[in-house]
Ligand binder design. Structure first.
Ligand code: WT7
Length: 631
């Protein structure tokens, strides 16, 4: 089941809409090796989601690691599964499917020896090393639930996640290595554990740097896996058994533990990976995301390995040793499908074409992008310069919650337009709604909803189904709200315009303004704060903080608080000290006004709309005056 023509795309899209059960049961049988094949498709619905999470393939059973490993052993045991390139370009590891199977079994049996059982939650705080994928697959083999925490998050962020999911074990490294710089991963975990203790910390030696050590709690990864066996039986779990939790930022409060389950997620990751990119036998596929995000889960680890692909894992950054690193990799590994983020492409485009043209890119066939809207200039540069005008550009819109691709062209099939994510994949039924939640037919712009369930979608928020329902299904009962704004043109192509809620996308990193506000207001002397996103040339969006504070409060203290409570990637790009925030008489901050002022920068924001509901309209004038001085 592949899609090679527009007619086939239309056929599959129609089929998935008309009879989702038949369509997805077909995909699930085609893509997944089940221990017990499912007879059931979807049970439950968006309309009844408040009563219970919906389920897919509920009577089927399987193991996720078997999809990625065991079933490939006979056919592609000696093929490279993971092609790892370390921080230094010369640091390369090729791990075949047979070797990966053995490594995963060793890790699984060793972790079982440490007491990890089916259903237990384990946190991974690692860089881009093969052992991160090995640990994920090993935990999946045991039926344990991994929660990967991006290596930029702070100790408090780790502690919050440990508490929320009740993890007893953390897997980390001595330090991470990115662009020649060390990232002290173990030290950060140690700090987190002073707040919230765990029983065991397993530490991979990556850099050889000295680390703090607590006897009885801390163990070396190499000592642990040495106790493992070369084979370990997979735990056969029901399709709806949790596979992983991934914390992601939303409009309010602390990050939510988005839960993905086994059968539907695996089927969807494998199906979309093969379909969107037009996957072929022999492809060398490189997704340069981080396993700390959903892209790394679905399109470095689970999707590609389920499809028996050679998947590249990249430890470094796009500008190390220089801005040619990606294309150098393309030449050396003969990469055929390259999948990256607009924010990196913008930086590389600014560095000049010479860094691209120096390398042979003739192996490339498909160029993917993900994480944020790609501006047409960058799209064109990707297509014309990187792809020499002969590659398909696949701009994929999706989310942690969708589990996999949702709106994107199918490589070489769907006609593309620079900046448009084009058409929904089979099973994805988008709807645009206006501010009264009325459905917009035909061309128009509104908020993006998805009307019909698909197997890869998140089932719930860990331990808080009510929050799941409130976050995604309260705006319009019975319909999934994405949080994004979107335009549909006269050809029915979709153009994502960015978040319409209080989520900001900085360099493809999803952050909640509420998290910034709670970090900033934790600083002594700060009275209140409102944070909004604003357009930023390379980062896509930047963080703009309006802060009411005593004169004694300095910038460094605010930055430190964000770093401490969120992580190293959480920076205030623009700070404006203000005498007060624009509030309604009932005390609600009118972010709409602040967003406009932030967007305008040192220009006049123009008409700010109706200000009559403000408690103190004068404050807006003062904020406007001060905006030019924000820095
Ligand atoms: C948000 C989801 C999807 C995996 C990485 C991010 C934005 C994502 C695109 C795109 C425009 C995009 C949306 C979405 N986004 N891809 N191709 N065009 N916007 O996952 O951290 O869950 O963030 O990223 O705003 O809602 P995430």
């Amino acid at each position: 089941m592949t899609i090679t023509t527009l007619a086939e795309y239309q056929r599959d899209w129609d089929a998935a809409k008309r009879d989702p059960d038949a369509f997805w049961l077909g995909v699930a049988k085609d893509r997944i090796t089940w221990a017990n094949p499912p007879g059931k498709g979807l049970e439950g619905s968006f309309a009844t989601i408040a009563d219970a999470p919906l389920t897919w393939f509920a009577d089927g059973s399987l193991n996720a690691s078997v999809q990625c490993l065991d079933r490939h052993l006979d056919t592609r045991g000696d093929q490279t599964a993971i092609l790892w390139e370390g921080d230094e370009p010369s640091d390369i590891r090729r791990i075949t499917y047979r070797e990966l199977h053995r490594e995963v079994c060793r890790a699984a049996s060793a972790l079982a020896g440490l007491g990890v059982k089916q259903g237990d939650r384990v946190i991974l705080y690692m860089g881009m090393v093969p052992e991160a994928a090995i640990a994920m697959l090993a935990l999946a083999r045991l039926g344990a639930v991994h929660s990967v925490v991006f290596g930029g998050f702070s100790a408090s962020a780790i502690a919050g996640r440990v508490r929320d999911c009740g993890a007893k074990l953390i897997i980390t490294q001595d330090a991470g290595l990115r662009g020649g710089k060390k990232i002290p991963l173990k030290a950060t975990v140690d700090e987190a554990c002073r707040e919230t203790a765990v029983d065991k910390i397993v530490v991979l030696r990556r850099t050889g740097d000295p680390v703090g050590w607590q006897e009885g709690r801390d163990l070396w990864w190499h000592d642990v896996v040495a106790t493992g066996h070369d084979t370990h039986p997979p735990a056969i779990v029901p399709a709806e058994h949790p596979l992983f939790i991934l914390y992601t930022s939303g409009s309010t409060g602390q990050p939510k533990g988005v839960l993905h389950t086994t059968g539907g997620y695996m089927a969807y990751a494998a199906y979309t990976h093969a379909t969107s990119f037009g996957l072929r036998e022999g492809d060398i596929y490189a997704c340069v995301a981080d396993v700390g995000w959903i892209t790394g889960h679905s399109y470095i680890v689970y999707g590609p390995l389920a499809n028996g692909t050679t998947t590249v894992m990249f430890e470094s950054v796009p500008t190390y040793p220089d801005a040619g690193r990606y294309w150098d990799m393309v030449e050396r590994h003969r990469i055929t499908i390259f999948y990256g983020a607009p924010t990196a492409l913008r930086v590389l485009a600014n560095a000049g074409d010479a860094f691209v043209k120096k390398y042979d890119r003739s192996s490339l066939r498909v160029l993917g992008t993900v994480g944020e809207p790609i501006n047409p200039t960058t799209w064109n540069w990707y297509h014309d310069v990187v792809g020499d005008k002969h590659c398909a550009v696949v701009d994929t819109w999706w989310q942690t919650e969708t589990g996999g691709h949702a709106i994107n062209p199918i490589a070489g099939v769907t006609p593309t337009k620079p900046g448009s994510a084009t058409k929904p994949l089979p099973g994805i039924v988008p709807a645009l709604r206006d501010s009264d939640n009325k459905v917009i037919e035909g061309p128009g712009e509104g908020r993006l909803f998805l009307e019909q369930p698909w197997p890869g979608q998140a089932r719930t928020v860990w331990n808080d189904h009510e929050r799941f329902v409130k976050t995604y299904f309260a705006e319009v009962p019975g319909v999934y709200f994405t949080g994004d704004g979107c335009r549909r043109d006269e050809d029915g192509d979709y153009w994502i315009t960015g978040r319409v809620d209080d989520v900001v996308n900085v360099s493809g990193h999803r952050m909640g303004t509420a998290e910034f506000e709670s970090a900033i207001t934790s600083v002594v002397g700060v009275t209140e704060a409102a944070v909004v996103g604003y357009p930023h040339d390379t980062k896509g969006q930047g963080i703009y903080a309006f802060v009411v504070a005593a004169p004694s409060v300095d910038r460094a203290a605010l930055d430190a608080a964000c770093r401490k409570m969120i992580g190293a990637h959480a920076r205030i790009d623009k700070l404006q000290l203000v005498p007060g925030l624009p509030k309604t008489r009932s005390g609600k901050v009118m972010r709409r006004i602040l967003r406009k002022i932030a967007e305008a920068g040192d220009k006049d924001p123009g008409d700010l709309g109706d200000l009559t509901t403000l408690a103190d309209p004068g404050v807006v004038e003062q904020i406007k005056q001060g905006a030019a001085k924000a820095s």
